[in-house]
Write a protein that binds this ligand. Structure first.
Ligand SMILES: [Mn+2]
Length: 304
């Protein structure tokens, strides 16, 4: 069985994974057709098996439900209404104990998706872990955009020390946005730190920081532009000198296994700008790895 068959035949996500597509791109600062990506992503899953040899994970036994796509923003003047639809759709997911995975779409989806999972699990203290070349801490003075979600969430009440960012690129951010992130108490892990210490150590440190700050549940934002532009040509803002594909795949596997992680998003890929399927297949590999992680998490939880 391949990953596409697994996803399309799954009838319930209880205790496993629920996938929701968020085909939006009107809030992208740079031109993007990221609305086209959820469908291309599902097709690319046919390239991947339901067996992850790295951690001996059989994904085929994991419950899954494809909740389909939220109505996107193509016919709207902006992304405002689609953001509302994303939040409502996530908040309405009724698969107990499922890990929610939102497939973008541009990175502006992270704010409504996180607000949605907070409604799904009320009363829990949430943390945000991003893998992203950028802080996404631009002020939302011109409205919600793909460069603003972290700032909007913090200004909306998320404590800065419950945010950790991995893979920040030396040329990815204006100084004032980097300064703002530090001033809020965001835990920043630069690309160079990943290269020096390895992804396993950096993810462990980031999760520990969020837990120490009181986070009981963690939302993981996987912006594919954290990966080097040679491997992520379909991300409008990917850069030379970024992470390698296996860094992000490894991070997804680790975070899939992490008990506190309740939700993911994968974003910023414009499938219409891809080269030889490179970026969309990377996205599919990242999803496969996180599902393998969840499969191992459930197996471990079920063991006597
Ligand atoms: Mn981003």
């Amino acid at each position: 069985m391949d990953m596409r068959e697994w996803l399309s035949h799954g009838s319930g996500g209880d205790g496993g994974v629920v996938l929701l597509g968020a085909p939006i791109s009107k809030a992208s600062i740079s031109p993007s057709q990221a609305w086209a990506t959820p469908a291309a992503f599902r097709d690319a899953l046919a390239r991947f098996p339901t067996w992850d040899a790295a951690i001996s994970a059989d994904i085929s036994a994991l419950p899954v439900r494809d909740a389909g796509d939220v109505e996107g923003d193509r016919l709207d003047p902006d992304a405002v209404a689609a953001h509302r639809r994303i939040e409502e759709a996530v908040a309405a997911i009724a698969d107990p104990g499922a890990v929610v995975v939102v497939i973008g779409g541009d990175n502006s989806l992270t704010r409504p998706a996180l607000l949605g999972v907070q409604r799904l699990h009320p009363g829990r203290a949430w943390g945000l872990l991003t893998l992203d070349a950028h802080h996404d801490c631009r002020p939302a003075t011109g409205g919600s955009a793909n460069g603003t979600p972290v700032r909007e969430l913090i200004e909306g009440g998320l404590s800065g020390n419950r945010v950790a960012q991995v893979g920040i690129h030396p040329f990815g951010n204006a100084r004032e946005h980097a300064d703002w992130a530090i001033a809020q108490g965001i835990h920043v892990h630069a690309l160079a730190e990943v290269r020096r210490d390895g992804m396993t150590a950096v993810i462990a440190a980031a999760v520990a920081e969020l837990r120490a700050a009181g986070a009981e549940a963690i939302y993981v934002d996987l912006d594919i532009d954290v990966v080097d532009r040679a491997f992520a040509p379909a991300c409008p803002a990917s850069l030379p000198g970024g992470l390698l594909p296996d860094d992000l795949i490894g991070a997804a596997r680790l975070l899939g296994r992490e008990a506190a992680v309740e939700a993911f998003d994968l974003c910023e890929v414009d499938a219409t700008a891809d080269v030889a399927g490179t970026t969309v297949r990377l996205m599919a590999a990242v999803f496969t790895a996180l599902c393998a992680g969840v499969a191992v998490r459930r197996r471990t939880a079920a063991a006597p």
